[in-house]
Design a protein around this ligand. Structure first.
Ligand SMILES: Cc1cc2nc3c(=O)[nH]c(=O)nc-3n(C[C@H](O)[C@H](O)[C@H](O)COP(=O)(O)OP(=O)(O)OC[C@H]3O[C@@H](n4cnc5c(N)ncnc54)[C@H](O)[C@@H]3O)c2cc1C
Length: 380
């Protein structure tokens, strides 16, 4: 299926597909097995303008918009869910916040560097005792005459072990929530007061995730992003943006599962026929196809609404819920269709299944999406 995309959008998608096939695919399965991150891949994606899709030209972006960005994300995710994840750390998270809440000086300093991937970014909201309930965060930023002093731990931060800068959300006024939460842009390298510890995880092993511990880490007043006390608002809006990219990643993974399953069902012969000739196998493929088509409509619609400035959270959460849950189902179906070979490390199906599981946790779990959708529908 295709849509009424502009010529520019088709060319952008094609460029992303070619890049993923030519540069990521040849090294990906081995790198995933070894847990090897290649900074040069993220930088090359920067040179191609991928990270600048939702950043205006004034800050070295391309400004082509959300729908184009989603097409790039889908194309990269079809080959690598891990590298597509950098959309969150490079642009939809860090870049988006600086663009919308940063001072002109912060925009000039950070946006071109993030777009080119000269600087790698990340964002830290989650803490050891704070997951879905972000309002309960414990990390503090104590204001002093020459800036702020950060204390606490952020965890499960995508890209933390590699990132040069991070958006960090911390409590500036313990007595007042949500208004007591603020947002900071913090240099993460070469600071003895900041300790980063990698976390071993199940999938997407080309991207590193880590815990960041701050112990009396001083940042200047210019590290504050937006106004003091605006952090929780910024965080909620940012998650609405990163969530769209999670939904787009779900699309790419669904496509990979569908394509691989069709090819295998036609090639694998049992009882004298390709297994795809059996209607029970066809049923699984048809369900995967229907899920993928429905997810595409939802994700592209949410992206188009964002381009028009008309998205109110309902479309993005619905797209995220449907696309990411469908990606998990698709990976599970692909594994069934592949039989024992799906279980073998030699084939990418096991990776699809491992990678897919994070999609229904990050950027707000599926349960949290349901809560958001329920509140919107019932206008609570
Ligand atoms: C690969 C990966 C990358 C990540 N990257 C980042 C990152 O870059 N930055 C960052 O800040 N965080 C990141 N996270 C953390 C992620 O955002 C959290 O894991 C997520 O918000 C869920 O929090 P939790 O895991 O603590 O689960 P919890 O909040 O402890 O939830 C546990 C279970 O309870 C359910 N639950 C919780 N509350 C409710 C409720 N009210 N109603 C019904 N069910 C509920 C959840 O759905 C879940 O099933 C990442 C996580 C993963 C796995």
């Amino acid at each position: 299926m295709d849509f009424n995309f502009s010529v520019e959008q088709r060319l952008i998608r094609e460029a992303a597909e070619k890049f993923a096939e030519k540069t990521i695919a040849p090294v990906h399965e081995k790198d995933e097995a070894e847990g090897r991150f290649r900074r040069e891949i993220v930088q090359e994606m920067g040179r191609l303008g991928f990270w600048g899709a939702i950043i205006p030209e004034a800050y070295e972006g391309t400004g082509v918009g959300y729908l184009s960005a989603v097409l790039i994300t889908e194309a990269i995710s079809r080959v690598s869910l891990a590298y597509a994840g950098h959309f969150m750390s490079q642009t939809a998270g860090t870049g988006w916040v600086i663009l919308n809440y940063g001072t002109e000086a912060q925009k000039q300093t950070f946006l071109p560097a993030l777009v080119r991937a000269d600087a790698l970014g990340c964002f830290g909201a989650t803490e050891p005792d704070t997951g879905s309930d972000l309002l309960s965060m414990q990390m503090t930023a104590r204001e002093e005459t020459e800036g702020f002093v950060l204390n606490g731990t952020k965890t499960w931060v995508t890209n933390a072990p590699e990132a040069d800068v991070g958006l960090i959300f911390a409590v500036t006024d313990e007595a007042d929530r949500p208004k007591g939460i603020s947002c900071f842009i913090v240099g993460l390298k070469d600071n003895p007061r900041i300790k980063i510890t990698p976390i071993e995880k199940l999938g997407q092993r080309c991207t590193k995730v880590g815990e960041i511990n701050f112990s009396e880490a001083r940042v200047p007043p210019e590290a504050l992003v937006g106004e003091k006390g605006q952090g929780y608002k910024i965080l909620r809006e940012m998650l609405n943006t990163t969530r769209l990219f999670a939904a787009a990643r779900g699309l790419g993974l669904q496509k990979a599962c569908l394509e691989n399953s069709i090819a295998y069902a036609k090639a694998r012969v049992q009882f004298g026929r390709p297994v795809g000739a059996f209607q029970l196998i066809q049923e699984q493929i048809v369900e995967m196809h229907a899920d993928y088509q429905a997810s595409q409509l939802l994700v592209y619609k949410a992206a188009a609404q964002k381009d028009e400035g008309a998205e109110d959270g309902l479309s993005v959460s619905t797209a995220k819920l449907v696309s990411c849950e469908a990606a998990v189902r698709a990976a599970d179906s692909a594994m069934k269709i592949y039989g024992a070979y799906g279980y073998a490390m030699e084939y990418p199906i096991q990776r699809f299944l491992r990678d897919s599981r994070a999609l229904v946790i990050t950027e707000g779990s599926s349960n949290i999406q349901k809560l958001i959708i329920g509140k919107k529908l019932l206008k609570l």
